[in-house]
Design a protein around this ligand. Structure first.
Ligand code: NAD
Length: 474
């Protein structure tokens, strides 16, 4: 039986110029079986050997980076970030290879404290097969972010990238083979059905994507009684205070909202500014927003790429329309531009935002900067928390200490101080997703590694075991 292929759209041309063949359920089952066999050797060879293998994967990726970057460039319609992502993965492979041996808990006997006749030792047993399901916005970064520590822990990784951006994964096949890791690290192509089938064959699933799909993944994982690590959407607020540098605040609001065309989970999606500096801020922001260029027609120029998933443009357009109908003022951008078959949006500053607008409450995932004025800092904090999401947020005040005080009241898992969206630049701080933004231990910091183990206890009694008579009623 021939399998139906899936067409893949090029975001710069709107044309279907690539195809993938979704992996069938039986194939996933077979891959899982083979990988479980390979995992025994992967684990038994020890952490130092796994560190060497991960370092050789980094070397192989560095050597062959041109082919992966050019596939990523077509997947995402952007050049600078395609290269930055690949270089970032190389750096992440090397960083985890350095950190894992320091984080690996020691397996030694510990004397009982309450009952000193007992002692225990703990084995850290990795999940043998970890499934990763990734989205289209940062395709290679989010495919490797969980897989690297999972493999160093001693597990194998079976990764399903988004069907919207699959080219880079095919380009990685020879890279993985050159590093000799094809038995422990494998990409499988396909859409939602393939992702769903993957969950039936792994011991732990790491999912990055939307809240709606995250719920399905969590339910499937629950049926299989496996842990689901979910990293979902966000609606990150940026609070600017009265004594902040207005020009620097406008520069920050622009970068953190429109970088990567706003297609980043940690993008700033709404900005709160005190009435007292509102018009100055809006004026500076609008001036800066108007100076931003599309990377069209020349991919090597400009700052804004096309929408990677062209239907996202419709969601963004609907939010802008809804905001305008409810009293927002458009000061720049605002119109989806069809260039050469791709879809672009210039940075769109929307003044007079209010919380009855979808653009202030629902994830936008586009280069839109809705700004709302506030009177008191308590009001700004309440507005920042008036959302189903709790991924991250930012505070720009007079200094770090003042920003820190405000950040403590924001109900989200990571707060950038005197900056914004820093979880996209700095991976060492443990952070969890609050509210509907996710579930499970941190993917960053020490837990990013330790979450891939289960603890197995050996409890030894150093004296004669109790007898049944010791538990007798009398
Ligand atoms: P999506 O939920 O549509 O798809 C994500 C992945 O899930 C894809 O690989 C898709 O094929 C797969 N999938 C679809 N249905 C499935 C099912 N029933 N079972 C298993 N897998 C299934 O998300 P997207 O549109 O690709 O990505 C954008 C979303 O990702 C945004 O909401 C964004 O905020 C979120 N995101 C979150 C983070 C984070 O770290 N929190 C990072 C990046 C993106």
């Amino acid at each position: 039986m021939t399998q139906t292929k899936l067409d893949v759209i090029n975001p710069r041309t709107g044309k279907a110029d690539y195809q993938i063949t979704p992996v069938r359920r039986e194939q996933i089952e077979q891959f899982a079986k083979q990988m479980r066999v390979a995992q025994r050797n992967w684990l038994s060879q020890g952490l130092s050997a796994r560190v060497r293998a991960i370092l050789s994967l980094a070397d192989s990726l560095e050597k062959n980076k041109a082919s992966v970057i050019s596939a990523m460039e077509i997947d995402t319609g952007r050049r600078m970030l395609a290269e930055a992502e690949v270089m970032g993965v190389i750096g992440n492979l090397r960083a985890w290879a350095g950190r894992a041996p320091q984080l690996m808990p020691k397996e030694e006997w510990v004397q009982g404290q309450a009952k000193p006749n007992f002692k225990h030792q703990t084995d850290w047993v990795p999940y043998a097969l970890v499934g990763v399901i990734s989205p289209w916005n940062f395709p290679i970064t989010l495919s490797f972010i969980d897989a690297i520590p999972a493999m160093l822990a001693g597990g194998c990784a079976l990764i399903k990238p988004s069907e919207v951006t699959p080219r880079f994964a095919d380009a990685l096949t020879p890279v993985i083979a050159e590093a000799g890791m094809e038995n422990v690290l494998r990409f499988i192509q396909g859409g939602g059905e393939t992702g769903s089938a993957l969950i039936d064959h792994v011991d732990c699933v790491c999912f990055t994507g939307s809240v709606a799909t995250g719920r399905k993944v969590a339910m499937k994982a629950a049926e299989n009684l496996i842990p689901a690590n979910l990293e979902l959407g966000g609606k990150d607020p940026l609070i600017i205070t009265e004594d902040a540098d207005i020009d620097a605040a406008a520069t920050l609001a622009l970068r953190s909202s429109v970088l990567a065309t706003g297609q980043a989970c940690q993008s700033i999606e709404r900005v709160y500014v005190p009435h007292t500096i509102y018009s100055d801020f809006i004026e500076k922001l609008t001036e800066k927003a108007k100076a931003v260029r599309l990377n069209y027609p020349d991919i090597s120029q400009g700052e804004i790429g096309p929408f990677i998933f062209n239907k996202q443009a419709d969601i963004v357009a609907a939010q802008i329309k809804d905001a305008l109908s409810k009293g927002a003022t458009r000061l720049s951008g605002g119109h989806i531009l069809d260039h050469g078959g791709g879809r672009w949006l210039e940075p769109t500053v929307l003044a007079n935002g209010t919380h009855d607008m979808d653009v202030m409450r629902e994830e936008t995932f586009g280069p839109v900067i809705p700004v709302m004025a506030y009177d008191t800092i308590e009001e700004a904090i309440n507005l920042a928390n008036d959302t189903e999401f709790g991924l991250s947020g930012g505070v720009f005040a007079a200094n770090i200490d003042a920003a820190h005080v405000i950040g403590k009241h924001i109900d989200a898992g990571a707060i950038s101080l005197m900056d914004a969206a820093l979880t996209g630049q700095y991976f060492e701080a443990g952070k969890q997703s609050f509210k509907n933004s996710g579930m499970g231990p941190s993917r960053m910091g020490a837990n990013g590694f330790l979450r891939f183990f289960r603890q197995k206890a050996y409890i030894a009694n150093t004296i004669a075991p109790l007898t049944l008579a010791d538990f007798s009623e009398g």
